[in-house]
Ligand binder design. Structure first.
Ligand SMILES: [Fe+2]
Length: 135
């Protein structure tokens, strides 16, 4: 694994969401470096707490934007976001009990989930919102 590099395929076309996705991926990169360089338990717990908080803020903001414009895929988004939040909470709790084993798993989950979610689910709201005048 290596650091995530922002790619054109991650762009949804909604600048606020793209900006937040960039921040999230940067934070996932920070987690990667902390795991790779063994920067210690405190740094690990801090970044995971920061990430969890930012993920929640972003998902809430995304849902309220989609709700505001009556996006037809909102239920699917809510379901996906809920599953993500549950899984992250489970992994985070496991990580606190066994950092050595679970920190790389938290990283892998975050990386895999976010890249997949942005490309296969989030990108669909871009054209829809663009038509409503949101860019
Ligand atoms: Fe989403």
């Amino acid at each position: 694994m290596a650091l995530i590099v922002w790619r054109e395929e991650y762009v949804t076309g909604i600048s606020e969401m793209d900006q937040q996705h960039k921040v999230l991926l940067e934070m996932i990169n920070d987690l990667y470096e902390i795991v790779r360089d063994r920067k210690g338990d405190e740094a690990l717990s801090d970044i995971v707490a920061k990430l969890s908080g930012y993920c929640q803020e972003h998902l809430d903001r995304e849902e309220s934007l989609l709700e505001e414009y009556s996006y037809p895929g909102l239920d699917e988004q809510r379901k996906n976001h809920g599953e993500f939040t549950d899984k992250l909470a489970t992994l985070t709790a496991q990580m606190e009990a066994d950092k050595e084993t679970m920190a790389p798993e938290v990283y892998k989950f975050l990386r895999h989930w976010w890249l997949g979610h942005i490309v296969s689910i989030d990108k669909h709201y871009g054209p829809f919102l663009n038509k409503k005048g949101v860019n």
